[in-house]
Design a protein around this ligand. Structure first.
Ligand code: PHB
Length: 378
């Protein structure tokens, strides 16, 4: 038997060994805690802790234990950690997955071991098709791009350039924007893709400038938005009359406040903003701030917080049973979340949610993505 085949067989066997009812239910949480995407891991860790602090760590009479591992954003590491946690730690659920390649690399492990895998962050549309054991608590790029394109059309924009990170979610965003904007009668003048390794926006921003569009539609993963906005401002594109339309990743709540004036006026479409005025979100933002030195939760954070609720609700239904029973139970979960109504589509195991438009504005001296319906200058 090849090493890999042997490992797969061992994983299937380990998963088949029945856990005792009094054993804790273990969740293997794998996220980047170091490297360029460490802010995702920090948000996930803080939110999993907050969820358990507020909701307890016992479900259906069983203790729920979270084991956190750092994959540093490296796909081979994510897969190895998932294998180890299934074989050695006997986790019942895998969760986290800060980037698309990390979710892709682990999907076969979830299938082989029949372990439910809750994708809290990675957002390429096809991820849920990679294993029948995957369920998503975050979002997809097509979900959050379509309203941005519709806004551009309705606002009478005719010439737009798209600029996306050159991998799964970026290509989803580009396709969704181009298809919708063209259908609405607009022209996409150029489609630019920025490499993920050492992203330097300068040459791409020069091409945006030369194309003289009315706006640039942007997707970059969280963590990269600040350097995009900084270079956009430094190169005078705003003064040249070019607007920014984006997915909320670019003006991420985690980094927005440090982006300064350059970000004011950016229109984004997203499923979460810390400025949502609902009572449940106000309490959530206050609870998060209290537990985390006054900081804000962002969309990755809410993906983790709701992912925990999804797991808890599923375990309540199965009375603590994992495997196929748990994934089936999670398919029918719905609840009220800080982002609004949260539900899982039982056919696709995909999150169903409202996506809103936001405008960056200053509120009480801080920058926020204010829902357009509440914004001062929509
Ligand atoms: C992804 O890799 O799927 C990803 C990461 C960060 C985002 C969006 C998508 O903000």
């Amino acid at each position: 038997m090849k090493k890999r085949q042997f490992l797969m067989a061992a994983i299937a066997l380990a998963a088949a060994s029945v856990a005792q009812a009094q054993d804790p239910i273990k969740i293997g949480l794998i996220v980047p805690m170091t490297g360029p995407f460490a802010s995702t891991g920090r948000q996930v860790e803080n939110n999993v802790k907050l969820f358990q602090a507020l909701n307890g760590s016992t479900v259906a009479g069983r203790k729920v234990e979270v084991l956190l591992k750092d994959d540093a954003g490296v796909a081979d590491t994510t897969r190895r950690l998932a294998q180890e946690m299934i074989l050695k730690d006997k986790v019942s659920v895998l969760a986290g997955f800060g980037l698309t390649p990390l979710a892709f690399s682990t999907a076969p492990i979830a299938t082989q071991s029949k372990t439910p895998m809750v994708v809290m962050n990675a957002a390429t549309a096809v991820i849920t098709e990679r294993s029948p054991f995957i369920v998503r608590s975050g979002f997809t790029l097509p979900q959050v791009t379509a309203p941005a394109a519709e806004w551009a059309t309705k606002s009478g924009l005719k010439r737009v350039v798209t600029l996306v990170a050159d991998y799964g979610p970026g290509l989803d965003a580009e396709k969704t924007f181009v298809d919708s904007f063209k259908q609405g009668g607009g022209e996409v003048v150029e489609t630019l893709r920025v490499p993920m390794a050492n992203p330097d926006f300068a040459p791409f921003l020069q091409r945006v400038r030369d194309a003289k569009p009315e706006a640039v539609f942007v997707f970059v993963p969280s963590g990269m938005g600040a350097s995009f906005m900084k270079q956009f401002a430094e190169r005078g594109l705003a003064q040249a009359g070019i607007r920014v339309i984006a997915t909320g990743d670019v003006v991420d709540d985690d980094l927005l406040n440090d982006m300064g004036e350059a970000a004011v006026g950016v229109i984004s479409a997203f499923h979460y903003s810390a400025a949502l005025p609902s009572a449940i979100n106000k309490k959530y933002v206050a609870d998060y701030a209290k537990a985390n030195r006054g900081e804000r939760p962002n969309f990755h954070g809410v993906g983790a917080y709701d992912g925990m609720q999804l797991i808890y609700e599923g375990l309540k239904k199965t009375k603590g049973e994992g495997g196929q029973a748990l994934i089936d139970a999670m398919k029918t979960v719905s609840f009220e979340s800080p982002r609004g109504k949260f539900a899982i589509d039982p056919k696709t195991r995909e999150v169903v949610q409202e996506v809103r438009l936001h405008r960056v504005e200053r509120m009480n001296g801080q920058l926020f993505n204010v829902p357009l319906s509440n914004a001062a200058n929509p």
